[in-house]
Design a protein around this ligand. Structure first.
Ligand SMILES: NC(=O)c1ccc[n+]([C@@H]2O[C@H](COP(=O)([O-])OP(=O)(O)OC[C@H]3O[C@@H](n4cnc5c(N)ncnc54)[C@H](OP(=O)(O)O)[C@@H]3O)[C@@H](O)[C@H]2O)c1
Length: 293
């Protein structure tokens, strides 16, 4: 018989992963609860073969339980599930956080549940887009052995790549994901602000992002970060970097700190490459540290 899935937290990941699991993962049917019934109903509609219920205590019997609430809520939900739900021995309960381990669900051990975590290593801003791009997405898995095996099987069924990760590595590894995904968006937003301050029209801004940001990502995937770095810091252009810091100070001072912090990191990459003289690197570092050069 196909396993049934209960979902707690009906947001973006629930809709994407829940949708994939009921369509392709061999999951027979899903029930969703969220903070409000309205949010659960919206989520159930997006998932497809799913029904919405008003709270944890109304969730039916199921073999799989996905906790897809904000990270700060996971342990509280686990306690509530342990106290007021139909979780039974042998059920697999997992959360989808990249930062936390399965231990966040430890309150459910008293119910005999098998605990795990399954983190889709992808930014899920729009569930429909995530579903259409999911093929080949790496999903980091850890937890009780039997739970981890079942989760890996589910991931493979929905077209993902299951990667077992050591629990102790999760927090720092997730900080890496924050740089590679969330802060990448933040950096591109800073670029957008500067383009706007320079009077670049919106259609040209989209064109810039497509050519320059995509090009940099492609270079990184082919060459690695050390060889992919280009630009004024990589060339040791001290005078240009100084002028740019002054221009940003004048027109968008809230971005000067970010430009200098990233410039300092880029100087470290340039030093690793060994193509810029120590003297120029020192001058670049002094500009970025606001020590004058
Ligand atoms: N988005 C991503 O890119 C991404 C990628 C991988 C993993 N994750 C992980 O996925 C998890 C969920 O993130 P998300 O992006 O899906 O967040 P989200 O879109 O904000 O969804 C969170 C959902 O949880 C509900 N909720 C909040 N507190 C709750 C509670 N105590 N009980 C029941 N439901 C509750 C919210 O209800 P309302 O609808 O009423 O607000 C909302 O529907 C997090 O652990 C996150 O680390 C996210």
């Amino acid at each position: 018989m196909s396993p049934r899935l209960n979902i707690i937290g009906g947001g973006k990941v629930a809709q994407a992963l829940g949708g994939l699991l009921v369509r392709q993962g061999g999951v027979g049917w899903a029930a969703v609860c969220s903070r409000t019934l309205l949010s659960a109903e919206r989520s159930a509609r997006c998932i497809g073969s799913a029904s919405a219920v008003g709270g944890i205590e109304e969730l039916p019997s199921a073999e799989l339980w996905m906790v897809s609430v904000p990270d700060r809520e996971i342990s509280k939900v686990a306690v509530a599930l342990a106290e007021r739900s139909a979780v039974k021995p042998g059920d697999v309960v997992f959360h989808v956080s990249g930062a936390h381990t399965a231990e966040e669900l430890k309150a459910l051990r008293q119910r005999g549940a098998l605990l795990g975590s399954l983190h889709p290593v992808r930014s899920i801003a729009d569930p429909a887009v995530a579903i259409s791009q999911f093929e080949g997405t790496v999903c980091a898995i850890e937890g009780d052995e039997e739970a981890a095996q079942q989760l890996a099987q589910l991931v493979r069924r929905i077209g993902g790549v299951a990667l077992q990760v050591p629990p102790a590595a999760k927090l720092l590894c997730h900080a890496g994901h924050v740089f590679a995904s969330n802060y990448l968006v933040a950096v591109l937003d800073a670029a957008r602000q500067l383009y706007e301050a320079a009077g670049v029209p919106p259609e040209a801004i989209s064109a810039f992002f497509s050519s320059i940001a995509r090009g940099a990502l492609e270079n990184v995937s082919i060459l690695g970060t050390t060889a992919a770095l280009t630009g004024p810091v990589a060339r040791g252009e001290v005078e240009l970097v100084r002028d740019q810091v002054a221009a940003i100070d004048a027109r968008a001072p809230e971005l000067s700190g970010l430009y200098c912090a990233l410039g300092l990191h880029a100087a470290g990459i340039a030093a690793r490459r060994g193509e810029v003289s120590e003297e120029r690197l020192d001058a670049l570092r002094r500009i970025c540290l606001r020590q004058g050069a």
